[in-house]
Write a protein that binds this ligand. Structure first.
Ligand SMILES: *Cc1c(COP(=O)(O)O)cnc(C)c1O
Length: 219
């Protein structure tokens, strides 16, 4: 079994969805996994995502996983399947506006900051709670809120990484209970990458975003 097949098997055993993160990798690398059955691919740059989607098979489900500038939203809303980086109100507003133009409802995750590093994007959880209690969800009819996304601190300290993932799991549970108890499709916890996906799945992840383990190191 190759690395991809083992990972698919692991995901099957753990009811976890695999997003193959193909950023910086050529179409040929994507096709290689596509031919083995992979259909969900994640990218973090708009231009690259648009170019790849235009040239690769139509039945690929494209996920935008990286920080998204408001003025670039319009390039991906016609086709993107899920946006993991819903991390601020003006961005959600723009996604909703462009989704209406495309006559689509777009799956979006609320990216929440769980890492201690300053650089990581995402909602401060308390600010997100404020927005949610202020009817954030009801304002955006063409957004289908699907769950949460987070990235742990880049460290060897597995205890810390585990704790951060567990905190995201708790945030998900709280948001689900308070705002989405009637929404079956609010069901996704996107956390875990090549180096920490097992810790993430142990903490309750059901969507992992794996790049370098599948495609090799990036330059
Ligand atoms: C690059 C990236 C990944 C994948 O990282 P790997 O360590 O290569 O598995 C996952 N999530 C996000 C948001 C990324 O930008």
């Amino acid at each position: 079994m190759n690395t991809y097949q083992s990972l698919v098997e692991y995901c099957g055993e753990h009811n976890t969805t695999l997003v193959a993160v193909s950023k910086t990798k050529p179409n040929s690398a994507i096709e290689e996994l596509y031919n083995q059955g992979q259909r969900i691919f994640g990218e973090n740059r708009v231009q690259e995502l648009v170019d790849k989607a235009a040239t690769l098979p139509n039945d690929i489900s494209w996920h935008m996983i990286g920080h998204l500038q408001t003025n670039k939203v319009k390039y991906i809303t016609p086709f993107v399947d899920m946006i993991h980086s819903g991390d601020r109100t003006p961005l959600l507003k723009e996604i909703n506006k462009e989704a209406i133009k495309s006559d689509r409802k777009i799956d979006v995750l609320l990216q929440i900051k769980i890492a201690e590093e300053e650089s990581k994007h995402g909602w401060d959880y308390h600010q997100l709670q404020d927005q949610l209690s202020n009817n954030l969800v009801g304002k955006f009819e063409n957004i289908n809120f699907r769950g949460v996304m987070g990235m742990a601190t880049f460290t060897d300290n597995e205890t810390q990484v585990s704790q951060e993932f567990k905190s995201l799991r708790l945030y998900f549970d709280e948001i689900k209970t308070n705002y989405f108890s009637e929404t079956a499709s609010f069901d996704t916890i996107s956390m875990g990458m090549s180096g920490d996906y097992k810790l993430a799945v142990d903490a309750g992840s059901n969507m992992i975003r794996v790049g370098s383990l599948l495609f090799g190191k990036r330059n």
